[in-house]
Design a protein around this ligand. Structure first.
Ligand SMILES: [Ca+2]
Length: 367
């Protein structure tokens, strides 16, 4: 394995394979102080032999510790704050008096010496694809389980909040879901399958985007840049979207929570310090998505077509008993009831001017 200076291309060091005959360098991971190199014995699920993982110090490229295990040990690697997570699909594990084959596991080794903590397993234990992916970007760790070698593949992703934590099931798609690749950046998990990419929040499982592509070109590449531009490749094209524009109200509210990195204080249109429908519509549609004018005898309203499609706009007027009556509603770019853009007659006296209000309703699923 060779180490290069990225800026100059100069080769800094060469590390020889400590276990000749193995695929040293099959997976890599790096933290500020350490880097890990795995030597998966074979990519085939019926592999014989041993896999291994070695951790080196960046300061002198010397070995910190090395671990050996099942053939596919080190198929995935990820550093957390003070641990290295090592995924081993198809691992054989001891459960009481029995040996369970094809369980899959994620081992946790503490830095710097490699003291082993309690491993993570699938809640179903026997799930040989468990550990195919291990991802961490500072928050909870995500373990991907995929069985891409079967004719009827299934994949799922589980979240582990910390040492000793039970898995929190997060994302699963239907049969045939291969999860050919996955990555975790800026608090968003991207999962690629053939012709399909999904973005998922590992915090609560909110899905801001699921895209499918018309042909079988894999959506196999995605990146988030520092300006929250999201890029993904699919259908032979490079797509770009602003992370803030993804998804409907559920995702917007999620992304606007403090600490998410996506909150914009200026987006609190109604000043109640909470992300809500009014803020959402204002943020997505512009400052004045609905304008209402009242003359002596007519009320007219114009709704900006940029109002999100998961929001229904209702215009209500107060009747003389003090109640509110819907006189027009608008959703998905259409007036559903009463075309207020043409103006409708309203009851109005000098003694009691008629009041109106604009009400937003979310058309999404309540959870
Ligand atoms: Ca608000």
């Amino acid at each position: 394995m060779h180490i290069y200076e990225a800026a100059t291309g100069q080769m800094l060091a060469t590390i020889l394979n400590p276990t000749p005959g193995s695929c040293f360098g099959s997976e890599l991971a790096s933290s500020p102080d350490y880097f890990a190199v795995s030597a998966v014995n074979s990519r085939l699920m019926d592999a014989k032999g041993r896999g291994s993982v070695t951790v080196f110090r960046w300061s002198d490229y010397k070995r910190a510790f090395s671990k050996t295990g099942d053939p596919l040990m080190g198929t995935s690697l990820a550093f957390t704050g003070n641990e290295l997570l090592v995924g081993t699909p198809g691992a054989t594990v001891k459960k009481g008096r029995y040996l369970v084959t094809q369980a899959g596991r994620v081992q946790r080794f503490e830095l710097p010496k490699g003291k082993e903590g309690a491993a993570w397993y699938s809640p179903w234990l026997v799930e040989k694809g468990f550990g195919m992916k291990v991802l961490c970007d500072g928050g909870p760790a995500v373990v991907g389980s995929a069985e891409p070698f079967t004719w009827y593949p299934e994949a799922n992703f589980q979240v582990f909040d910390g040492p000793g934590a039970a898995p929190r099931f997060m994302f699963k798609n239907g049969g045939g879901f291969r999860a050919s690749d996955a990555s975790l950046q800026q608090g968003l998990l991207a999962i690629a399958s053939a012709g399909y990419v999904a973005l998922v929040s590992p915090t609560d499982g909110a899905v801001p985007m699921e895209s499918s592509f018309s042909v079988s070109v894999a959506a196999n590449c995605y990146a988030l840049d520092s300006n929250s531009n999201l890029f993904w490749l699919g259908d032979g094209k490079l797509f770009r979207a602003d992370k803030a524009d993804l998804g409907g109200f559920a995702w917007w509210a999620h992304a606007s929570m403090p600490g998410s990195g996506a909150a914009d204080p200026a987006a609190d249109a109604n000043g109640n310090r909470q992300p809500d429908l009014v803020d959402y519509v204002t943020d997505r549609a512009g400052m004045s998505p609905v304008s209402v004018s009242v003359s002596n005898e007519m009320l007219a309203a114009n709704v900006n077509s940029a109002v999100p499609r998961d929001v229904c706009v209702r215009i209500e007027v107060q009747d003389f008993a003090g109640g509110w009556q819907v006189i027009g509603s608008w959703a998905g770019g259409l007036w559903l009831r009463g075309d207020l853009s043409q103006g409708v007659p309203v009851e109005r006296t000098w003694a009691q001017p008629q009041q109106y209000r604009v009400v937003y309703t979310w058309l999404g699923r309540e959870e």
